[in-house]
Write a protein that binds this ligand. Structure first.
Ligand code: PGA
Length: 247
């Protein structure tokens, strides 16, 4: 795939002052082959609407409902109105903290796609599962539970091993590449367009390890948490994505 994706997931971090500082410090040269986007907390989407260098916007989640009496929820069409092109779904923090089920994630995926958002579906195993040697089985099951032949053609999948999220322990390029090959295999079997779904790696990606990950044949980009809060490190990761395409 001759395109790269770098999506920053700010989680529940940030402030209006931080958005302003981030916007002024963002410093990468835009490239048509690298999609860069930020998923700020929903209240800051408006403040992020003018990020420089064509930096796009993503939602961190959306409702499974189109609209209605669902206090606290944000709909896919609202995210689109605020300029989002993508929405992160099934992040392990939501699966754990909010007990989101595969069934709910599948419903959100269908709603988001029909509204016109590109879902970024997160999958990934816990440390206990990896220690037991069951990571491949678990990730295949997570994909099968949410995707089917009816799944949208426009989709991104992010492999985020839970043991690598926010821990400073990144999967090695070999580990990421091997799991991405498994995901590609499963996606190709499950969905019509599975061969062309971009596969992002997430879990302690930073400017020092990004290039090694982007150089892997099965890695098409990154979902970046902590390192996306700093505009300089986010910019360096975008530049690493560009450099990996130019090699
Ligand atoms: P991290 O988070 O980069 O801080 O590990 C990644 C994610 O949860 O998307």
């Amino acid at each position: 795939m001759n395109k790269r994706y770098v999506i920053g997931n700010w989680k529940m971090h940030g402030s209006l002052a931080m958005v302003d500082a981030f916007s002024r410090a963002l410093a990468y040269a835009p490239s048509p082959d690298v999609v860069a986007a930020i998923a700020p907390p929903h209240p800051y989407l408006g403040a992020c609407s003018d990020l420089p260098h064509g930096c796009g916007l993503a939602g961190q989640d959306c409702s499974a409902h189109d609209n209605g009496a669902h206090t606290g929820e944000v709909s896919a069409s609202m995210l689109i109105e605020w300029g989002c092109g993508w929405v992160i779904l099934g992040h392990s923090e939501r699966r754990t903290d909010l007990a989101e089920s595969d069934q709910l994630i599948a419903a959100k995926l269908a709603t988001a796609s029909s509204a016109g958002l590109i879902p970024v579906l997160c999958v990934g195993e816990s440390l206990a599962v990896r220690d037991a040697g069951r990571e491949e089985t678990v990730v295949r099951e997570q994909l099968r539970a949410v995707l089917s032949e009816q799944s949208p053609a426009s989709l991104l999948v992010a492999y985020e091993p839970i043991w690598a999220i926010g821990t400073g322990v990144t999967a090695s390029p070999e580990q990421a590449n091997a799991m991405h090959a498994v995901i590609r295999d499963e996606l190709t079997a499950l969905t019509e367009d599975g061969a062309s779904v971009p596969l992002l790696y997430g879990g302690s990606v930073n400017p020092d390890n990004a290039r090694g990950l982007f150089d892997c044949p099965h890695v098409d980009g990154a979902l970046v948490g902590g390192a996306s809060l700093d505009a300089t490190s986010f910019s360096k990761i975008v530049e690493a994505a560009q450099a990996s395409l130019e090699k």
